[in-house]
Write a protein that binds this ligand. Structure first.
Ligand SMILES: [Zn+2]
Length: 235
């Protein structure tokens, strides 16, 4: 069985990362998006093993506006999004934005969730580390609700994801990652709905989970759509 087939036990669809990003670029080309007339924005975790997704977007689109935070949470907010939008090309009278949004999880060669190896380090490592910390706190019933100024992003992860979790429930890491993915996408979409005038701008949302398999990165797609002249098309 291939690694991709094994990963399908955890996700409905799974595709090699670089190929997936290339496919989204080609699909958006059919809707008038090019590297010359669009701005591409990416939100992934700060983890170094997440960065190949940014490199793939850079390779296809020629640039990246970085919306990343720990766990791939969308904390760039109105100010971050507005900045990206004000940087978009608009010489043909229209601005075009592409948003890639992907929290992440590791799955090793034995199918163990959250486990990965890292080059140059002894033993096993994990991803997402921030979601792993939160999952452990939930399991132990020991979650701080304070905003800690020396740990702002972790505090915000707890605060945001607690809104999505039933009181006293501790999901496993895979389920918590899926909860985070839905929250991140919802937060991004809520702001896009407020900030974007679709009579003047087209935009695409490509969202899912970045999966670190034993032989490289994969994408488990969740949503991929584009608004052109205010009309939604699935990619
Ligand atoms: Zn992470």
């Amino acid at each position: 069985m291939s690694v991709a087939d094994a990963l399908k036990a955890y996700f409905q669809r799974i595709e090699p990362e670089a190929e997936y990003i290339e496919k989204t670029h080609a699909a958006l080309g059919n809707h008038g998006f090019t590297r010359e007339n669009s701005i591409a924005c990416v939100g992934v975790c700060r983890d170094e093993i997440s960065q190949p997704l940014i490199e793939a977007v850079q390779h296809n689109w020629g640039h990246v506006f970085n919306l990343s935070s720990l766990a791939g949470m969308f904390f760039a907010g109105k100010t971050g999004l507005s900045a990206a939008m004000h940087h978009a090309p608009n010489l043909d009278g229209k601005a075009r934005y592409v948003f890639y949004s992907f929290p992440h999880i590791a799955i090793d060669g034995e199918g163990r969730v959250g486990v990965c190896a890292r080059e140059g380090r002894h033993g096993e490592s994990g991803a997402c580390g921030a979601l792993g910390v939160f999952q452990k706190e939930l399991a132990e019933g020991n979650v701080s609700k304070a905003i800690e100024v020396d740990d702002v992003e972790m505090s915000l992860i707890r605060a945001r994801l607690l809104e999505e979790l039933p009181e006293g429930k501790a999901p496993d890491l895979l389920e918590l990652t899926k909860v985070a993915q839905r929250a991140i996408q919802a937060d991004l979409e809520a702001l896009l709905a407020v900030l974007i005038d679709t009579s003047k701008s087209d935009y695409a949302v490509i969202a899912g989970i970045q999966v670190h398999g034993p032989d490289g990165n994969y994408i488990a797609p969740v949503a991929a759509y584009v608004y052109v002249d205010g009309v939604k098309h699935e990619l």
